[in-house]
Design a protein around this ligand. Sequence first.
Ligand SMILES: [Zn+2]
Length: 191
Amino acid sequence: MADSSYRDLGQKNSTLTRVVSRQQLPRLAEVCGLEDDVDVEASFRIDDRGRVNVSVRLDGTVSLDCYRCNETVVQRLQMAFDAVVAFDETRASEWAAWSAANDIELEHIIVASSQTLDVAELIEDELMLGLPLQVLCEEGCTTGRGAHAEDGHVRAASTDRQMPFEGLRELIAERAITNSDATSNRDKGGS
Ligand SMILES: [Zn+2]
């Protein structure tokens, strides 16, 4: 099938169904398991400001680790969202600024890397944002193989299954401390 451009699809008010495989979602595959392909339905139109709008429904199944005991939790993700498609960051910021200036709720803007439809690109960010931050294998799971202590200590073992964001969170916390030190030092120097 020939590649379609977003604008063509919008002008034709097209609705497409696609199956997106795990290989097409490399960033998502880094943070969770994908049990199966993701089913996507996307409807395009041109809005009254001449922009490409898309309504997306998607249905996929991911697997995550229970944050207490590391047991694999399979979870179905069904999501629907509307977005405006921009083709460069500048345009996207103009639209965001316009919404802010007109007191309109900020739209979901997807910055596409080309004029040609890329369904994986349309859905990957949204899927990642839709992932639950913490899942439990069952309500009130406390099985923890010494997993997370109450004082917030992160387990040292099993680095192979560690969530990539844990390190990031610590880094941000450390940086915040460093910054506040710097500020108080500067205050002292100034007085
Ligand atoms: Zn558990």
